[in-house]
Design a protein around this ligand. Sequence first.
Ligand code: GTP
Ligand code: MG
Length: 405
Amino acid sequence: MNKTQELVQELPELNVGVVGHIDHGKTTLLSKLTGKFTDTHSEELKRGITIKLGYAETVIYKCGNMFSNKEMPGQKCEPLRYVSFIDAPGHEMLMATMLSGAAIIDAAILVIAANEGIKPQTREHLMALQAKKIKDVIVIQNKIDLVSKEEALKNHDEIKNFLMGTMAENSPVIPVSAQQEINLDKVFMALAGIEIPERDTESDPFFLVARSFDVNRPGIKVQEMRGGVLGGILKRGKLKIGDEIEIKPGISTRKHNSLIYKTLTTEILSLHKGNRKVGEVVPGASISIETSLDPFLTKADSLTGCVVSLKGRLPEIQHGVKLKTILFDEVFGLRDRKKVEPLKTKELMMLSINTTITVGVVERISKNETEFSLNIPIVAMKGDNAGIARNIEGHWRLVGLGEVL
Ligand SMILES: Nc1nc2c(ncn2[C@@H]2O[C@H](COP(=O)(O)OP(=O)(O)OP(=O)(O)O)[C@@H](O)[C@H]2O)c(=O)[nH]1
Ligand SMILES: [Mg+2]
């Protein structure tokens, strides 16, 4: 095991999401923080936007008075923590993807470009963080290289005003140029200052699948084939190599016009943190699990939204859910201000619960409690947070939040 591998095993861990309006510089910032450019899919490269959730990680060091992602020559450096990041898309059509990313993070970086200021998805993403009860938010005022000092100060005030009255009211607002690498040490310092949430390692494991894939290259020899891989976050408990696990709702097949879900059971073959192998995982950074499943079952994110525990420990899947609902006063994700209308029976809403995105039909409303029937079943626990979105002008827009009853 090399030095970094040893470090990763011992350091406190944090999982941080990077959110904000399209093109404000999230992926660029993350590439400078971690050395990894997360826009890798051909469509992302072609269009210059993030489409899927991206993943990167780094160790943060304190070197004298400076904070960095590497040891500095000639300085005494102390490793402080291991941070994994989720890079979310800013495109208005990809809010659901952003929400499933927000379901698995401990804290967030909200990126706002100084030359553009507060935009619809800046507002909507901040509300999404609020819906997911993310209280630690670092606000980055990016692209300061594109504006004058006066404009930067004016924009800084606008950002402060925008945050007033939200849970990010007291968040640091750090002027940065990701592209020119200005002030990145302040970002590392802020990341080093976020309180690590208390982790529950004693309960039954509860792992949220944010992506799933087939890691085998075409043409690989059968004896070198790897099993299906699940990526995501362990919310509670412990998982180790050799554990027998179950995955719910699992895979779906069509039978007489309806979808039947089948729980998958499998074994953990290996566990990975970043590109390092580990023997056991507890809640913290994002991880991936190699299973003994046929990789055909996990390819192309087919199991995204599922949950995992030890065999026999998950509750039954549910085709309906009752939520305590709070609707916002206005729709934040639109260019123009618009009031949020009350929910109506039989209305279709998009619900995001843990990493599951499902469409729910409003069946019953009483005061602030709403019952939904679901097109994709969920495994939810009492108290889980939900994001509620409505289709407005052809896009799903976040209009409220919920709590599983
Ligand atoms: N001048 C300047 N350009 C920047 C800076 N940061 C990012 N950019 C540029 O802004 C454009 C968009 O950057 P991305 O990092 O892809 O933005 P994003 O927020 O990840 O975009 P989406 O994922 O599609 O929402 C690219 O052309 C970057 O080179 C910066 O600090 N200064
Ligand atoms: Mg991006």
